[in-house]
Design a protein around this ligand. Structure first.
Ligand SMILES: N[C@@H](CCC(=O)N[C@@H](CS)C(=O)NCC(=O)O)C(=O)O
Length: 200
């Protein structure tokens, strides 16, 4: 049987695309990244937002849905959790990554990389909000290697991807000092070849 075709449409360097591409690395799913064309995304996505995954059955929108799908079609990688409790915990961490990390992380980073005007209040608030989320994450990671269960899941992938740019571009050692468990866990995740192949 011919291998199924999956094409991901996302701007270059999108942290929302990283989640899917790393899940695909763990799952052994071949995902082609298309040269980004916003007009294609507008056609494929009802909201006109990237990323979008084109499959032979139709398009899938929303980065969390896409990475869940890639994990679901490669069950041997165990990315969605080992039982019902782990599965809902993974879902919870995907929500956490989107709301509590990607959101403040973007508001902090976008003015720095020129994607948004600099507004001092929003910038300061984003830094504070991200620190509060990191504190919660740090507490969860005390004495644990992974966020859910005893092995890496999509929860680790999504949460680590949300932190790639904040950690690379804006968070200095003083900001990260209270979050040593997060830093240790993050470094452990991103050194895996499946992460390195996507984010370098
Ligand atoms: N919750 C969505 C957010 C997607 C999103 O905001 N994508 C941005 C690019 S990273 C976008 O397409 N912005 C263009 C627009 O909103 O028109 C997801 O996780 O996929």
């Amino acid at each position: 049987m011919a291998p199924k075709k999956y094409t991901l449409h996302a701007p270059a360097g999108s942290f929302r695309a990283f989640k899917t591409l790393i899940a695909a690395e763990y799952g052994g799913v071949d995902v082609t990244v298309a040269k980004f064309d916003g007009s294609v995304v507008k056609k494929l996505s009802p909201f006109g937002r990237a990323p979008v995954l084109e499959t032979e059955q139709g398009a899938i929108t929303s980065s969390n849905a896409i990475c869940r799908y890639i994990s679901a079609i490669s069950p041997a990688a165990g990315l969605l959790g080992a039982n019902a409790l782990e599965r809902v915990e993974v879902d919870g961490w995907l929500d956490f990554a989107s709301r509590e990390l990607e959101l403040p992380g973007s508001v902090w980073i976008y003015p720095v990389v020129g994607h948004m005007d600099f507004r001092p209040e929003a910038y300061a608030r984003a830094k504070e909000d991200l620190a509060a989320s990191l504190a919660a994450l740090d507490a969860r990671l005390a004495g644990r290697t992974y966020l859910v269960g005893g092995r890496l899941t999509l929860a680790d992938i999504a949460v680590a991807c949300a932190l790639v740019y904040p950690f690379k571009l804006v968070a200095d050692p003083a900001y990260l000092k209270p979050h040593a468990n997060v830093v240790k866990w993050f470094q452990n995740c991103v050194k895996a070849p499946e992460f390195v192949n996507v984010i370098g």
